[in-house]
Design a protein around this ligand. Structure first.
Ligand code: NI
Length: 227
């Protein structure tokens, strides 16, 4: 399942993060790449664990915690601390698949990467190229969103960032381990939750059908989720 979540960050929050990170010192993006993706990757990254990256990452995590659509779609169990990248003219990231397991630096914690996320921090008109192209069962889908919007997609997908032809593309990216490992089961839970929310808005939370479907949702979670 590929899902775009609008306005995870307000424009003011985007501007605040950009102000903090734009003036920081950036390093070669290959520091977090595996052997295969290092060959394909050409961009810059904020050093993992640097005070600037950590503070900006906290702002992203706070925003995610307030997004009901993100929580419903991702059902996050563990979120890897958000990283930040920047693609200038001529940069890009050829087709690759993300590493399955990520160790959180400085913590005895590992994250199985069920989902990958990109949070756009540049407006689409600020650069040409730079689309995130994700292979799906229905062919490659190209994603280029407004600053503050996020795309969530299975980390198992082959994906690439098209070369930048003009301007600069800045983004935050991270991985997460979901309470529900299976993409198909997670997609069913998301559809069910969205339907329950729509029904509850029409009929109220106390409507017997809403109560019954809510029970079904939680019983499926009990069956499929790790906590
Ligand atoms: Ni990737």
């Amino acid at each position: 399942m590929l899902i775009c979540i609008p306005e995870v960050l307000s424009k003011a929050a985007v501007a605040d993060i950009r102000k903090r990170i734009d003036t920081a010192s950036w390093v070669d993006g290959r520091v977090t790449a595996g052997a295969q993706s290092a060959v394909a990757k050409k961009n810059a990254q904020l050093p993992e664990g640097s005070p600037v990256a950590r503070a900006a990452g906290e702002a992203v995590l706070d925003a995610l915690a307030g997004s009901t659509l993100f929580l419903s779609a991702a059902l996050p169990l563990k979120i890897f601390p958000p990283l930040f990248n920047r693609y200038g003219e001529g940069d890009g990231f050829g087709v690759h698949v993300d590493n399955a397991i990520r160790a959180v630096p400085g913590h005895p914690v590992r994250v199985r990467t069920d989902l990958s996320a990109t949070l756009f921090l540049s407006e689409p008109e600020d650069y040409d190229g730079g689309e995130l192209a994700i292979e799906t069962a229905f062919g490659a889908q190209e994603v280029k969103l407004a600053a503050g919007d996020l795309v969530l997609y299975p980390a198992s997908s082959l994906h690439r960032v098209n070369p930048i032809k003009r301007g600069v593309r800045t983004a935050s990216f991270f991985w997460l381990q979901s309470m529900v490992r299976d993409d198909g089961e997670r997609a069913l839970l998301f559809d069910l939750d969205q339907t329950i929310q729509a029904l509850a808005a029409e009929r109220g939370q106390a409507d017997p059908k809403v109560v019954s479907l809510t029970g079904l949702y939680h019983n499926l979670m009990r069956r499929w989720a790790d906590a």
